[in-house]
Design a protein around this ligand. Sequence first.
Ligand SMILES: [Zn+2]
Length: 169
Amino acid sequence: MATWLNGRHKHKPFVLQLVSDLSTVLGELGKYKSAEEFWANEPLITPEFWECYKRMNTKTLRMYPETPWIEPTVYYNEGRVLGARSEQEPPAEEQVLQILDLVRFDRLNNLRRCKLGACKKWYFARFAHQEFCCEKCRTKSQSSAASFKARRREYMREYYRLKKSGKVK
Ligand SMILES: [Zn+2]
C-alpha cells in the first residue's frame, strides 16, 4: 500500500482523498468508546467530520459494491466472510480494499508519511511511535536537529560576546 502511494498513478489523488477523509472520520470516532457515547456527543462533532463522512460514504465508497464471499484464508484468519469483491472495475480497487482492511483491523493509523521534510515517503509503521520511513531518515533528522542546536549555540555565543562588548543591548 505504502509502496503504491509512493508511485505515480492516475487514481492516486482519489485514493489520497479517501485516506484523508478516513483519518478525519476515524480520528473523531476514536474519541468515543461506543455508538451511544458518539451520538450523545453529536453536538460536539465538527462540520469537517460530517463533510468527510458524507463524501466517503455517499460518493467514494459507493463505487465499491461488496459481495459476500467465503474463502479459506479469510475464513480462518479474518472473520469468516469476505465482504469485498466486485465485478466492476472502480478506481484503484485493490488499494481501496486494502485500505478498508486496514480500517477493519485498526491499522490505518500505521499508514504514515515520513516526517523528514526531504523524504515524506509513505510507509507502514511497525511501531506506534515510529515517525520516519527508515533508519536513514531517522538518523538524518537527528543530525539536522543536532546541527541546528550547534548553530544556535554558536549564535548565542556570538550574541553574548557582542553584548559584553556593548555592541548590542
Ligand atoms: Zn523517509
